[in-house]
Design a protein around this ligand. Structure first.
Ligand code: ZN
Length: 280
């Protein structure tokens, strides 16, 4: 023990010189800000390492430069500064880090006539809490399937309306920031899966209205809400380009639009990154 204990301390305290991620996926996705994505180079071992941010398993892919990369979702509430990833491979467990920069998100004021959607009554609150738990559970899933693609097709063709991360005030009261990206498209517009996946939720929720979750593998999960019609059911396997639902205005919505969330390691991140429309 006397021999090994100091060695273990060294391994924890110093990060090995990190290789730089320079492949195709890194160039596309590396936007290390709150609500963004950090691509962290993990080296070139024959076997894929495992990576964790806190308790959440993180996506690990092989990039075009043959290097393993961790594709880490950064929660919107993450402070500026250094974050630590735990990496496990054949040689054991080590830590590596990445830096989170800052990003300013704008404010949006929304007026809702239905006051219960601003301040739900106790029964509605209980319903929302139950539904919230169900959604967090779906976001926390990690399937050992490599996503078919991480550069995504737009689920609908339309103008981007509300961007990700807007600080939202409903009738003057601040609520959670906008966790997804909105597309202004007419009622009934078909919504296509932007990558292969498995449908994990088909439900009608208090705030999100009619909602579909698609699990694309390795904790890469998309959500579609305020839908008018479902074209899939829970457990269905869907292919990239397959119609999964139609646009509507169900739940807390001021009119027909698609609200689209993307999640990595249970962190909601800016979907614009994945369709190459990110604005710094
Ligand atoms: Zn939205």
């Amino acid at each position: 023990m006397r021999i090994f204990a100091p060695l273990m301390c060294v391994a924890v305290l110093t990060w090995p010189a990190a290789a730089t991620a320079q492949g195709y996926i890194s160039r596309l996705l590396n936007k290390p800000v709150p609500g963004g994505v950090a691509v962290v180079a993990l080296g070139q071992a024959p076997q894929a390492p495992r990576a964790f941010l806190d308790d959440n398993r993180v996506m690990v892919l092989r990039d075009s430069d043959q290097q393993w990369i961790a594709v880490v979702g950064i929660d919107l509430k993450t402070p500026k500064g250094k974050q630590t990833l735990t990496v496990q491979d054949a040689t054991g467990s080590r830590q590596t880090g990445f830096n989170v920069g800052s990003k300013d998100y704008k404010a949006q004021h929304i007026t809702l006539k239905n006051k219960s959607q601003v301040n739900p009554d106790p029964e509605q609150t209980r319903r929302f809490e139950r539904e919230y738990k169900e959604q967090i559970q779906a976001y926390s899933q990690y399937r050992e399937v490599i996503p078919s693609n991480v550069s995504l097709d737009k689920p609908v063709n339309g103008r981007l309306s509300s961007p990700f991360g807007l600080r939202r005030f409903f009738n003057g009261e601040e609520r959670n920031a906008h966790s997804g990206l909105d597309f202004a498209v007419p009622q009934g517009t078909p919504i296509k899966a932007p990558a292969d996946g498995v449908v994990t939720i088909v439900a009608d929720y208090f705030f999100n209205g009619k909602t579909v979750f698609v699990d694309h593998g390795q904790g890469f999960i998309s959500m579609y809400c305020h839908l008018s019609e479902f074209m899939v059911k829970k457990g269905d396997e869907v292919k990239r380009g397959q119609v999964i639902a139609k646009v509507g205005a169900t739940g807390r919505a001021t009119g027909p639009h698609l609200h689209w969330n993307i999640s990595l390691n249970n962190a909601r991140v800016d979907p614009a990154i994945f369709i190459n429309a990110f604005k710094p």
